[in-house]
Ligand binder design. Structure first.
Ligand SMILES: [Zn+2]
Length: 285
């Protein structure tokens, strides 16, 4: 599933390719991809000018000149592609948006249809304008609106394991399984460490690690954990080569050489170094 850096790569591409353009038409090829808006979405988009491309966590949106926004969540396999008019349709093409100029069209392609597009009003959250359906989602660590003090206080009250906490989008958004494991490894924290036992400086170190790893991933076009994640030009990122622990079971820890362990975690996996990230005595699983 794309995480924050991968979504940011797509956002940046959309900002470059669709900002300032006027929508000519929208064609819905699969109703599930627009959450039952197939009857209204084309009319809501026709004639609207796209102002920019914005993002919080894993949500993307295009603010429109009438005060609404076209919001996208890529789900497991969603792609936002820019293609010349007339290029052959992708097998899993769900929504096509054309523009009044002769430039490339925007296509939402989604093999597994867990992603979606929707037109929505905007609301205010964390000092920013965001789509109404996501006003309850906390700022992500790369946002200026991210409040480290408030996050630290909320985290210590949570009484859960640190990984479970940083995956909770109401506390901090945009951190998924991959970058959680990488940030915890960098900060030398076991994933089950009880949040109430963490000091403010340690939480600050973890946040800095999360920001650093996601910023590095952005610089490499994101992580291509599967062939479906691509930028708006259909190209994959290559940060997977730079991952320290995620997906590296039994490979040596880049810091100390101990083989990386894999634990089952919330129907997924947690990768960590048994030496750098020892199991806490009173962990919260
Ligand atoms: Zn290690």
């Amino acid at each position: 599933m794309p995480e924050l850096p991968e979504v940011e790569v797509v956002r940046h591409g959309l900002d470059v390719w669709v900002s300032g353009r006027t929508i000519e038409s929208a064609e819905v090829l699969h109703p599930r991809a627009v959450r039952r808006q197939e009857g209204v979405l084309p009319d809501q988009l026709k004639g609207r000018r796209v102002e920019s491309a914005d993002r919080r966590g894993k949500y993307l949106w295009l603010p429109l000149d009438d005060g609404a926004a076209l919001m996208a969540h890529l789900g497991m396999s969603g792609q936002m592609l820019m293609l010349p008019k007339g290029a052959p349709d992708e097998k899993h093409l769900r929504v096509r948006v054309t523009f009044a100029d002769d430039g490339p069209e925007m296509r939402f392609v989604d093999q597994r249809t867990f992603g979606h597009l929707m037109v929505t009003p905007l609301g205010i959250s964390g000092g920013r304008t965001v789509p109404e359906p996501i006003v309850h989602i906390a700022p992500d660590p790369l946002e200026e609106a991210f409040d480290e003090k408030a996050f630290t206080a909320a985290l210590k009250k949570r009484q859960t394991g640190i990984k479970r906490a940083i995956l909770d989008q109401s506390l901090i958004s945009g951190v998924g399984n991959i970058y959680a494991d990488e940030a915890l490894w960098r900060a030398k924290l076991h994933w089950a460490r009880a949040t109430e036992t963490l000091t403010a400086p340690k939480i600050s170190e973890l946040l800095a690690a999360a920001r650093a790893v996601m910023t590095e991933a952005l610089g490499q076009g994101g992580t291509s954990f599967d062939s479906l994640y691509v930028n708006v030009n259909g190209e994959s990122g290559y940060f997977d080569r730079s991952l320290s622990v995620y997906g590296r079971r039994d490979e040596p820890c880049p810091r100390c050489g101990t083989p990386i362990r894999r634990d089952a975690f919330m129907n997924r996996s947690s990768y960590s170094c048994p030496t750098c990230q020892p199991r806490p005595r009173n962990g919260r699983w």
